[in-house]
Design a binder for this molecule. Structure first.
Ligand SMILES: Cc1ncc(COP(=O)(O)O)c(C=O)c1O
Length: 414
């Protein structure tokens, strides 16, 4: 990452919207967290070490040899049709009923969020997000200049009773959409319960609001039963966003949006202006990997690894984190969300943690107003069990030291 630019001779030229973008704290952090001597519990990287590389290289060779004329060309903006068929079948694994004509393939689901911001948000429009929410959604939505209405979540997902109250108090105004990550939330790790989903659907219907259901982690369930997707309940009010990043690997940059046809049409137009089409080569590769069925074996292996790592992190948190801390216990996905004593500030504490060679993401990154100061996101998909144990132990020490310091100043429990 280049060093910070102090003088920018071009500053008068930039648009207002670029001024609304703050560099993601996660990205800034990666440069330090990625150092080999730092145990990183910070990133959101899936473990790609188990992918069957020799099979992958045969698939790629076959695409280049047999399908090069298509693979090396521009493709349809909507996406490679056979891949759409595979994605429809992948969605059916989560009981989602979809048809190809509603699917737009995007360059990662991050692009889907960016396109959605462009077609829906005007400056000062209200949009609803969960508190905390996915940091990449904030970076996608912010340049459009919305007013964020943040609704807290708990172990059962978004607090729909608060959402309802908030919407009722917006007399005359209607949010453009409600953005939720219902399964194994990033960063909170929680899954929206059946009751909350029902209530959310009821609210969206009564208040005539769209829902964006962002579901990168649904297939990464390693324990418990799945809950019916929101899109099945009111498809006409839901824009569903999916990705292969976490169930296959992120390097191919394949995501998609499943939307009602009028919205789909707008998304296709705006994608055309963004990048004409996603890479044909990558789409054909993703399609071949899905067709081969190899992804299932890979996913089963990933789930086993992630469960072992999550269990290890939960155990380490219990052993090393001080009294007064709490954390979520996800049944899938990549993240645990920890809450420390209220007076602690995890952003201020981060340099101390990095000094002790461990990194996490401070909670404030996940709130539009940068609150959530006493919280942190911990990733368990990428570090090994040994690194998790050592990393949480180091982190526990840093937190205790910080608490001692506050106590010596008369803050916190003696
Ligand atoms: C909730 C959520 N949505 C979207 C994305 C974007 O993923 P990608 O662009 O790799 O598909 C991520 C990545 O971490 C995520 O956690």
């Amino acid at each position: 990452m280049p060093s910070e630019i102090v003088f920018d001779p071009y500053k008068d030229l930039y648009s207002k919207s670029v001024g609304l973008i703050r560099s993601s704290e996660i990205r800034d952090l990666m440069s330090v967290a990625g150092r080999s001597d730092v145990i990183s519990l910070a990133g959101g990287l899936p473990d790609v070490t188990g992918v069957p590389t020799s099979e992958l290289s045969s698939l790629m060779t076959r695409i280049i040899e047999d399908g090069f004329a298509e693979a090396l060309q521009y493709g349809d903006t909507e996406g490679f049709y056979n891949l759409k068929t595979q994605l429809v079948s992948l969605m059916s694994e989560e009981n989602i009923k979809a048809e190809e004509e509603h699917v737009l393939i995007t360059t990662g689901s991050q692009q889907a969020l960016d396109l959605l911001a462009r077609i829906f948000i005007d400056p000062n429009d209200i949009i609803v997000v969960e508190g905390p929410t996915y940091v990449g959604a904030l970076t996608a939505f912010r340049p459009a200049g919305p007013r964020f209405l943040t609704v807290p979540l708990d172990d059962e997902g978004i607090r729909t009773e608060i959402l309802e109250e908030e919407l009722r108090s917006l007399t005359g105004a209607r949010p453009k959409f409600i953005y939720v990550v219902p399964n194994f939330h990033n960063p909170a790790g929680v899954t929206m319960s059946e009751e909350r989903r029902k209530h959310l659907v009821d609210i969206a219907t009564r208040f005539e609001v769209l829902i964006i259901e962002d579901n990168p982690y649904g297939l990464l369930r390693f324990e418990g039963d799945s809950v019916e997707p929101i899109v099945n309940r009111i498809p006409e009010r839901v824009v569903y966003v999916g990705t292969l990043s976490k169930v296959i690997f992120p390097g191919i940059r394949v995501g998609w949006v499943l939307a009602p046809l009028p919205i789909h049409e707008k998304l296709v137009k705006i994608k055309q202006s963004a990048d004409l089409c996603s890479s044909n080569l990558n789409q054909m590769f993703a399609c071949a990997f899905l067709e081969s069925g190899l992804w299932k074996k890979n996913l089963d292996e990933l789930k086993k690894r992630y469960k072992a790592r999550k269990d290890s992190m939960i155990e380490a948190l219990g052993q090393y984190f001080p009294e007064g801390s709490s954390w979520t216990n996800p049944s899938g996905g990549l993240f645990i969300w920890a809450t420390l004593e209220e007076y602690l500030d995890t952003a201020k504490m981060l340099p101390l943690a990095i000094e002790q060679k461990v990194a996490y993401v401070p909670g404030s990154a996940f709130y539009p107003d940068y609150s959530g100061k006493n919280r942190m996101r911990l990733n368990f998909s990428y570090p090994t069990v040994e690194q998790i144990q050592e990393g949480v132990k180091r982190l526990g020490k840093v937190i205790r030291r910080e608490m001692d310091l506050y106590r010596s100043l008369g803050i916190g429990k003696k």
